[in-house]
Design a protein around this ligand. Structure first.
Ligand code: NAD
Length: 276
Protein backbone atom coordinates (compact mmCIF):
# COMPACT_ATOMS: atom_id res chain seq x y z
CA UNK A 1 0.00 0.00 0.00
CA UNK A 2 1.57 3.31 -1.05
CA UNK A 3 1.68 6.04 1.56
CA UNK A 4 1.83 9.80 1.13
CA UNK A 5 3.89 12.02 3.43
CA UNK A 6 1.89 14.81 5.07
CA UNK A 7 3.51 18.21 5.68
CA UNK A 8 4.68 17.10 9.15
CA UNK A 9 6.23 13.84 7.94
CA UNK A 10 3.36 11.58 9.04
CA UNK A 11 2.65 8.92 6.40
CA UNK A 12 -0.96 8.29 5.36
CA UNK A 13 -1.99 5.17 3.40
CA UNK A 14 -3.20 6.46 0.03
CA UNK A 15 -6.19 4.11 -0.03
CA UNK A 16 -8.57 3.79 2.88
CA UNK A 17 -12.15 2.82 3.68
CA UNK A 18 -14.91 5.40 4.22
CA UNK A 19 -17.85 4.74 6.52
CA UNK A 20 -20.29 7.54 5.65
CA UNK A 21 -23.83 6.07 5.63
CA UNK A 22 -22.73 2.80 7.21
CA UNK A 23 -25.46 2.24 9.84
CA UNK A 24 -24.02 2.46 13.38
CA UNK A 25 -25.23 -1.03 14.34
CA UNK A 26 -23.52 -2.59 11.31
CA UNK A 27 -20.30 -0.61 11.43
CA UNK A 28 -18.25 -2.98 13.59
CA UNK A 29 -18.97 -5.89 11.23
CA UNK A 30 -18.44 -3.85 8.06
CA UNK A 31 -15.11 -2.41 9.25
CA UNK A 32 -14.03 -5.86 10.44
CA UNK A 33 -14.53 -7.09 6.87
CA UNK A 34 -12.59 -4.10 5.54
CA UNK A 35 -9.67 -5.03 7.82
CA UNK A 36 -9.88 -8.62 6.58
CA UNK A 37 -9.71 -7.41 2.99
CA UNK A 38 -6.58 -5.45 3.92
CA UNK A 39 -7.64 -1.84 4.53
CA UNK A 40 -5.65 -0.13 7.29
CA UNK A 41 -7.03 3.41 6.96
CA UNK A 42 -10.55 4.28 8.11
CA UNK A 43 -12.29 7.59 7.45
CA UNK A 44 -15.13 8.31 9.90
CA UNK A 45 -16.72 11.40 11.47
CA UNK A 46 -18.72 12.30 14.54
CA UNK A 47 -21.54 13.20 12.13
CA UNK A 48 -21.72 9.59 10.87
CA UNK A 49 -22.65 8.35 14.38
CA UNK A 50 -20.54 5.24 13.90
CA UNK A 51 -17.25 6.00 15.65
CA UNK A 52 -18.11 3.42 18.35
CA UNK A 53 -18.50 0.74 15.69
CA UNK A 54 -15.15 1.66 14.17
CA UNK A 55 -13.62 1.46 17.66
CA UNK A 56 -15.18 -1.93 18.24
CA UNK A 57 -13.74 -3.24 14.98
CA UNK A 58 -10.28 -1.91 15.87
CA UNK A 59 -10.46 -3.59 19.29
CA UNK A 60 -11.72 -6.87 17.81
CA UNK A 61 -9.17 -6.94 15.02
CA UNK A 62 -6.12 -7.58 17.17
CA UNK A 63 -4.20 -5.40 14.69
CA UNK A 64 -1.60 -3.20 16.34
CA UNK A 65 -3.07 0.31 16.73
CA UNK A 66 0.03 1.74 15.06
CA UNK A 67 -0.81 -0.22 11.91
CA UNK A 68 -4.19 1.50 11.50
CA UNK A 69 -4.63 5.11 10.34
CA UNK A 70 -7.83 6.61 11.78
CA UNK A 71 -9.37 9.90 10.68
CA UNK A 72 -12.36 11.55 12.30
CA UNK A 73 -13.99 14.95 11.92
CA UNK A 74 -15.37 17.62 14.19
CA UNK A 75 -19.13 17.83 13.86
CA UNK A 76 -20.78 21.07 12.80
CA UNK A 77 -22.35 21.90 16.17
CA UNK A 78 -18.99 22.10 17.94
CA UNK A 79 -17.12 24.95 16.31
CA UNK A 80 -16.53 26.97 19.50
CA UNK A 81 -13.14 26.29 21.08
CA UNK A 82 -14.41 24.61 24.26
CA UNK A 83 -16.97 22.54 22.38
CA UNK A 84 -14.31 21.42 19.90
CA UNK A 85 -11.96 20.28 22.68
CA UNK A 86 -14.78 18.33 24.36
CA UNK A 87 -15.90 16.82 21.04
CA UNK A 88 -12.37 15.60 20.38
CA UNK A 89 -12.30 13.87 23.79
CA UNK A 90 -15.62 12.18 23.01
CA UNK A 91 -14.36 11.05 19.62
CA UNK A 92 -11.32 9.42 21.25
CA UNK A 93 -13.54 7.76 23.87
CA UNK A 94 -15.98 6.46 21.24
CA UNK A 95 -13.15 5.13 19.10
CA UNK A 96 -11.59 3.55 22.19
CA UNK A 97 -8.20 4.99 21.36
CA UNK A 98 -5.89 7.40 23.15
CA UNK A 99 -4.86 9.21 19.97
CA UNK A 100 -6.19 10.00 16.51
CA UNK A 101 -4.08 9.94 13.36
CA UNK A 102 -5.95 12.79 11.70
CA UNK A 103 -8.67 15.15 12.93
CA UNK A 104 -10.49 17.49 10.54
CA UNK A 105 -12.92 20.40 10.67
CA UNK A 106 -15.76 18.78 8.72
CA UNK A 107 -17.25 21.94 7.14
CA UNK A 108 -16.31 25.64 7.23
CA UNK A 109 -19.98 26.74 7.79
CA UNK A 110 -19.89 30.30 6.44
CA UNK A 111 -23.24 31.33 7.96
CA UNK A 112 -22.86 30.38 11.62
CA UNK A 113 -21.81 32.75 14.38
CA UNK A 114 -18.51 31.00 15.11
CA UNK A 115 -15.53 31.84 12.94
CA UNK A 116 -13.79 28.73 11.62
CA UNK A 117 -10.43 30.35 12.50
CA UNK A 118 -11.40 29.93 16.18
CA UNK A 119 -12.21 26.30 15.43
CA UNK A 120 -8.88 25.81 13.66
CA UNK A 121 -7.03 27.25 16.65
CA UNK A 122 -8.75 24.65 18.83
CA UNK A 123 -7.43 21.96 16.49
CA UNK A 124 -3.98 23.52 16.78
CA UNK A 125 -4.26 23.15 20.57
CA UNK A 126 -5.28 19.51 20.20
CA UNK A 127 -2.34 18.91 17.87
CA UNK A 128 0.08 20.62 20.26
CA UNK A 129 -1.23 18.39 23.07
CA UNK A 130 0.08 15.34 21.19
CA UNK A 131 -3.14 13.29 21.04
CA UNK A 132 -3.48 13.72 17.32
CA UNK A 133 -0.65 13.11 14.87
CA UNK A 134 -2.02 15.52 12.23
CA UNK A 135 -4.83 18.03 11.82
CA UNK A 136 -6.57 19.22 8.69
CA UNK A 137 -9.75 20.54 7.15
CA UNK A 138 -12.54 19.35 4.92
CA UNK A 139 -14.57 21.24 2.35
CA UNK A 140 -12.35 24.32 2.51
CA UNK A 141 -11.94 26.48 -0.58
CA UNK A 142 -8.85 28.61 -1.28
CA UNK A 143 -10.27 31.69 0.45
CA UNK A 144 -10.96 29.70 3.64
CA UNK A 145 -7.41 28.33 3.59
CA UNK A 146 -5.93 31.77 2.95
CA UNK A 147 -7.48 33.01 6.20
CA UNK A 148 -5.84 30.14 8.10
CA UNK A 149 -2.47 30.96 6.50
CA UNK A 150 -2.88 34.62 7.58
CA UNK A 151 -4.36 34.19 11.04
CA UNK A 152 -3.13 30.84 12.39
CA UNK A 153 0.14 28.95 12.79
CA UNK A 154 -0.29 25.37 11.61
CA UNK A 155 -0.84 24.68 7.91
CA UNK A 156 -3.54 21.98 7.52
CA UNK A 157 -2.06 18.60 6.60
CA UNK A 158 -4.98 17.72 4.35
CA UNK A 159 -8.01 19.23 2.67
CA UNK A 160 -10.72 16.60 2.19
CA UNK A 161 -12.99 17.71 -0.68
CA UNK A 162 -15.44 16.23 -3.15
CA UNK A 163 -13.50 15.00 -6.20
CA UNK A 164 -14.48 12.57 -8.97
CA UNK A 165 -14.50 12.63 -12.79
CA UNK A 166 -17.59 14.89 -12.88
CA UNK A 167 -15.94 17.32 -10.41
CA UNK A 168 -12.21 17.17 -11.09
CA UNK A 169 -11.37 20.17 -8.82
CA UNK A 170 -8.02 20.77 -10.53
CA UNK A 171 -7.77 24.39 -9.42
CA UNK A 172 -8.31 23.68 -5.72
CA UNK A 173 -6.11 20.57 -5.85
CA UNK A 174 -3.31 22.67 -7.35
CA UNK A 175 -3.81 25.31 -4.64
CA UNK A 176 -3.61 22.60 -1.94
CA UNK A 177 -0.44 21.19 -3.50
CA UNK A 178 1.17 24.63 -3.78
CA UNK A 179 0.78 24.97 -0.01
CA UNK A 180 1.94 21.46 0.87
CA UNK A 181 -1.60 20.29 1.66
CA UNK A 182 -2.59 16.77 0.58
CA UNK A 183 -5.95 16.55 -1.16
CA UNK A 184 -8.27 13.77 -0.04
CA UNK A 185 -11.02 12.99 -2.57
CA UNK A 186 -14.39 12.28 -0.99
CA UNK A 187 -17.17 10.48 -2.89
CA UNK A 188 -14.39 9.32 -5.26
CA UNK A 189 -16.84 7.41 -7.48
CA UNK A 190 -19.59 10.03 -6.98
CA UNK A 191 -21.53 7.45 -4.95
CA UNK A 192 -21.68 5.28 -8.06
CA UNK A 193 -22.97 7.99 -10.44
CA UNK A 194 -19.90 8.01 -12.71
CA UNK A 195 -19.68 4.23 -13.12
CA UNK A 196 -22.05 4.00 -16.09
CA UNK A 197 -20.33 6.74 -18.06
CA UNK A 198 -19.56 5.29 -21.53
CA UNK A 199 -16.05 6.79 -21.57
CA UNK A 200 -15.28 5.03 -18.27
CA UNK A 201 -16.91 1.70 -19.15
CA UNK A 202 -14.98 1.66 -22.46
CA UNK A 203 -11.64 2.04 -20.65
CA UNK A 204 -12.67 -0.57 -18.09
CA UNK A 205 -13.59 -3.08 -20.80
CA UNK A 206 -10.35 -2.52 -22.68
CA UNK A 207 -8.24 -3.00 -19.54
CA UNK A 208 -10.29 -5.88 -18.13
CA UNK A 209 -11.00 -3.87 -14.98
CA UNK A 210 -14.22 -2.58 -13.44
CA UNK A 211 -15.36 1.05 -13.84
CA UNK A 212 -14.84 1.61 -10.09
CA UNK A 213 -11.25 0.38 -10.34
CA UNK A 214 -10.56 2.65 -13.31
CA UNK A 215 -11.91 5.72 -11.50
CA UNK A 216 -10.13 4.93 -8.22
CA UNK A 217 -6.89 4.29 -10.10
CA UNK A 218 -7.27 7.73 -11.77
CA UNK A 219 -7.40 9.30 -8.28
CA UNK A 220 -4.37 7.32 -7.13
CA UNK A 221 -2.29 8.37 -10.16
CA UNK A 222 -3.28 12.00 -9.58
CA UNK A 223 -1.75 11.65 -6.11
CA UNK A 224 -4.91 12.12 -4.04
CA UNK A 225 -5.91 10.04 -1.03
CA UNK A 226 -9.18 8.06 -1.47
CA UNK A 227 -11.45 6.00 0.77
CA UNK A 228 -14.36 4.49 -1.17
CA UNK A 229 -17.26 3.17 0.87
CA UNK A 230 -19.01 -0.15 0.37
CA UNK A 231 -21.05 -2.52 2.52
CA UNK A 232 -20.26 -5.47 0.26
CA UNK A 233 -17.13 -7.49 0.83
CA UNK A 234 -16.75 -8.22 -2.90
CA UNK A 235 -16.76 -4.49 -3.69
CA UNK A 236 -14.38 -3.77 -0.81
CA UNK A 237 -11.97 -6.23 -2.41
CA UNK A 238 -12.59 -4.80 -5.89
CA UNK A 239 -11.88 -1.25 -4.67
CA UNK A 240 -8.72 -2.45 -2.93
CA UNK A 241 -7.18 -4.02 -6.06
CA UNK A 242 -5.72 -0.87 -7.62
CA UNK A 243 -2.00 -1.40 -7.54
CA UNK A 244 -1.38 -4.00 -10.24
CA UNK A 245 -2.36 -1.91 -13.26
CA UNK A 246 -1.84 1.58 -14.62
CA UNK A 247 -3.78 4.07 -16.74
CA UNK A 248 -1.96 5.59 -19.70
CA UNK A 249 -1.76 9.33 -20.31
CA UNK A 250 -4.68 9.28 -22.75
CA UNK A 251 -6.98 7.42 -20.37
CA UNK A 252 -6.01 9.79 -17.54
CA UNK A 253 -6.87 12.76 -19.78
CA UNK A 254 -10.18 11.17 -20.83
CA UNK A 255 -11.31 10.84 -17.21
CA UNK A 256 -10.19 14.37 -16.30
CA UNK A 257 -11.99 15.62 -19.44
CA UNK A 258 -15.32 14.40 -18.05
CA UNK A 259 -15.30 17.27 -15.54
CA UNK A 260 -18.57 19.19 -15.63
CA UNK A 261 -18.42 20.88 -12.26
CA UNK A 262 -21.16 18.62 -10.94
CA UNK A 263 -21.42 18.04 -7.20
CA UNK A 264 -23.11 15.05 -5.59
CA UNK A 265 -22.92 16.64 -2.13
CA UNK A 266 -23.42 20.11 -0.64
CA UNK A 267 -21.51 23.23 -1.67
CA UNK A 268 -19.21 24.49 1.12
CA UNK A 269 -20.06 28.10 0.19
CA UNK A 270 -23.67 27.62 1.25
CA UNK A 271 -23.78 24.54 3.49
CA UNK A 272 -24.62 25.52 7.07
CA UNK A 273 -26.29 22.39 8.40
CA UNK A 274 -26.16 22.08 12.18
CA UNK A 275 -27.15 18.79 13.83
CA UNK A 276 -29.95 19.08 16.40
P1 NAD B 1 -18.33 6.78 -2.77
O1 NAD B 1 -18.00 7.61 -3.95
O2 NAD B 1 -17.24 6.06 -2.06
O3 NAD B 1 -19.45 5.76 -3.24
C1 NAD B 1 -20.00 4.82 -2.36
C2 NAD B 1 -21.20 4.09 -2.98
O4 NAD B 1 -20.86 3.60 -4.28
C3 NAD B 1 -21.56 2.86 -2.15
O5 NAD B 1 -22.61 3.16 -1.28
C4 NAD B 1 -21.94 1.82 -3.15
O6 NAD B 1 -23.33 1.90 -3.37
C5 NAD B 1 -21.24 2.24 -4.41
N1 NAD B 1 -20.05 1.43 -4.68
C6 NAD B 1 -18.91 1.30 -3.92
N2 NAD B 1 -18.01 0.51 -4.54
C7 NAD B 1 -18.58 0.13 -5.70
C8 NAD B 1 -18.14 -0.70 -6.76
N3 NAD B 1 -16.94 -1.26 -6.74
N4 NAD B 1 -18.99 -0.90 -7.81
C9 NAD B 1 -20.21 -0.32 -7.83
N5 NAD B 1 -20.68 0.49 -6.86
C10 NAD B 1 -19.87 0.69 -5.79
O7 NAD B 1 -19.18 7.71 -1.79
P2 NAD B 1 -19.08 8.21 -0.31
O8 NAD B 1 -19.35 7.13 0.68
O9 NAD B 1 -19.95 9.42 -0.25
O10 NAD B 1 -17.58 8.73 -0.15
C11 NAD B 1 -16.53 7.93 0.38
C12 NAD B 1 -16.11 8.44 1.74
O11 NAD B 1 -15.74 9.82 1.69
C13 NAD B 1 -17.25 8.42 2.78
O12 NAD B 1 -17.54 7.14 3.25
C14 NAD B 1 -16.67 9.35 3.82
O13 NAD B 1 -15.68 8.68 4.59
C15 NAD B 1 -16.03 10.43 2.94
N6 NAD B 1 -16.95 11.58 2.73
C16 NAD B 1 -16.59 12.76 3.30
C17 NAD B 1 -17.39 13.88 3.16
C18 NAD B 1 -16.97 15.17 3.78
O14 NAD B 1 -17.77 16.13 3.81
N7 NAD B 1 -15.78 15.28 4.29
C19 NAD B 1 -18.58 13.80 2.42
C20 NAD B 1 -18.92 12.58 1.83
C21 NAD B 1 -18.08 11.49 1.98
Amino acid sequence: MPTIALNNGVEIPQLGFGVYQVPPEETADVVTQAFEVGYRHIDTAEMYRNEKGVGEAIARSGIDRGEIFVTSKLNNGFHRRDDALRAFDRTLADLGTDYLDLFLIHWPLPGIDVDYVETWKALEEIYAGGRCTAVGVSNFNAHHLNRLFDEADVVPAVNQIEVHPYLAQDELRAFDAEHGIVTEAWSPIAQGKVLGDPAITAIAERLGRTPAQVVLRWHVQRGDVVFPKSMSRARMAENFALFDFELGTDDMATLTGLDRGERTGPDPETFNYLPR
